[in-house]
Structures are given as C-alpha cells and as structure tokens.
Ligand binder design. Sequence first.
Ligand SMILES: *Cc1c(COP(=O)(O)O)cnc(C)c1O
Length: 375
Amino acid sequence: MNYRTTHLTQASINLDHLSHNMHLLQKLAGNRPLFPAIKANAYGHGSEIIARHLIQLGYTTLCTAHISEAAELAERGIQATFIILSPTLPENSDYIIHYGFQPVVCSLEQLRALAEVASGQEKQVTIHVKVDTGMGRMGLYPEHVPAFLDECSQHHNIIVQGICSHFPRADENDHTFSQNQIDVFARLKKDTARHNIPLYHFANSAALFALQDAHFDAIRPGISIYGLKPSADMQLPELEKLKPVLSLKSRITFLKDVPAGTGISYGHTYSTENLARIATIPVGYGDGISRQLSNRLEVLACGVRCRQVGRICMDQCMIDVTPLGNSVSLGDEVVIIGNQGSETITADELAAKQETINYEIVTAISQRVPRIVDQ
Ligand SMILES: *Cc1c(COP(=O)(O)O)cnc(C)c1O
C-alpha cells in the first residue's frame, strides 16, 4: 500500500512544459550554456524531479543557493556540477571540497579557507567570483576584483571558472540601472582578460528575455524554466510562450448545505447570506497557501470559479460551491493553481491577491504536498 496516494493535495509537475520552456530559453541564449537555478526545492517544484529532467535534457550544471540543497541531490545519486550561489562560511569548506561543488566566492576569508582545506587534501576547488555591480547583497566591488584574482592565482589549487554578478532591477521596464551594470561588467571583463577566466555570467530570467547585452558567456535562469514570468509588468511576446510547470490540485472532502447566517471557520470572518452549499478542501497554510488569502482566494471546481470563504486554517479551508448546485460531489477535484475546463488560475493571480510575487507563491508550497509527475 502506498500511503502517499491518500494525500489529497498534490502538486502536479508537467515535464513536457519544462522541456518546452528550456527549448525556448535556449533559443534566446543561442549557443551559450544555461545553468538552471533549482534552489529552494526548485522554486517549490521538487528539486529531485526537476534536476533529473534537466540532466536528461543535457543541462548538467545546476545552481542551488546552499551546500545542503546540492548535497541532498548528490546523496540521491544526481550527478551534476553544482554552483552554490550564496556565500558559504569558511567552516563549511570541507563539504564543498568533499562534494566537488563550485562555490560563489566573494571574501578573502572564504577563499583562503577553501584553498587551505583543498591543499590539505591535495584537491582543487573550482570557484566563481561574485561582483557587486549594484545588487547590494554580496560580492566584491568591481575595483577590488583584479587584486582578488591576483590572490586567487597565488593559490595553485584554486581554479577561477567564472566571474558573475546579479541584477536587482532587470524585470523593470526602465533598463537604465541594468544597462549601467552591464557596462561596468563589460569593462571588468576587459580589465581581467589576462586571467583567461572561461565564463562571465550575469543574466537571470528577466535579463535573458529583455537584455541581450547581458547574456555574456552563460545564463542562470530560474523562474522562467518553471514557465512563470519574472514580473507581472514584463510584456514581451516571448514570455507569453512560457508554459507553467506546476499545478496545485486538491479534492472535496466534505460537503454541506448550511442556512443563511452560518459563520464559517475561525473568527467567523465570513457568514453565509443565504442558504449555501459549502465544501471543505484539505488545503491550508500548512501547505503553503497563505492565511492572508482568506476570503480572497478563488479555486476551480466543476470548471467554475468558486470563492474561498472564511479564514484559511492550517490544514483545510472552505469554498462556496452554491453556484454548482447538485453537479458537485464529494471527492471532486479542486484546482488552486492550474486549469480546469476552460478556466485557469495562475500563480500570478494568487501573487497579486497576496501582494507578493509568483516566486513566493510556488516556493511556499510546503514539504508535505507531494510533487507528482504528470503522466
Ligand atoms: C535565483 C537566482 C537566479 C535566477 O533568477 P530568476 O529571476 O529566477 O531567473 C540567478 N542568479 C542568482 C544569483 C540567483 O540567486
């Protein structure tokens, strides 16, 4: 018996859509390599499923945020080159060397610790040097990069494979700031040419779509591989070709007709105005659907948009299925994100209602929701 099939809320993952999106991104990138970002459980999509499919498609360099994320995949037998995007502390250098990960380095402490541990084990570490051209998060200022590279070249076991930077505003329609960053990075590329570093990489999804000059030698796309736009404001024809990889579905577990004036859920923030048919679905903030969406969420049942009513609980919430009449039954499918009939609910719709971004909506889908590959 497989108890997993009893879990009624599931994220279904459409790998054909993932293939489609990668094909689209590769067309934009030309012959440059893509290093897909699969951090945070592949933006909530299930990093093992996504990593295995990307590798099958030939994408064998993958980005995670943390050592632990890459190590978990490596322990499950996934063979890839992992770039660790976030800074690592000196004390964890031995993990990087043990697994052969490629850290992004931006401090002397980090560099020296890596060099020391590696030389103790007679191993080499391949690194990427991070430059802060305006993100304001991590990285060396451009003027400090040449001296840093000089220090790198003094450590015989440090191989600098790349120089990278990141965009804080590439998803905006005004590209003034991003263009300035690109100019700084291009100048740095010239100024460091004598180091013969193989890859200068800068572009995230937004820059891949909107900023041709930002493509340099490799691209690190994240959100777009999952078929989602980097920002609701971006209006480019190519972006409309993306296909969402994830759908979130559940089932009706309880159905009841209630009289007018019935309070629904904690705090009775909603009361029925008339006789109503109320369904319960096993989706709550424990699954990553924010309580902030209470009384604002809509879901699909019988191909019709239905309002979610009352507070969203940890494990359940209620929907008003009165308009469906007798066509609705216990066990019916309910779609929270995805298609049903001719209706669609997108992660962007939830994001707008929650005043956040689609990244947060999909990444929030919690561990207990099984990720099931669409057959
Ligand atoms: C997450 C991340 C990316 C991918 O960004 P998207 O906007 O999801 O395409 C690229 N580079 C770095 C450094 C990141 O942290």
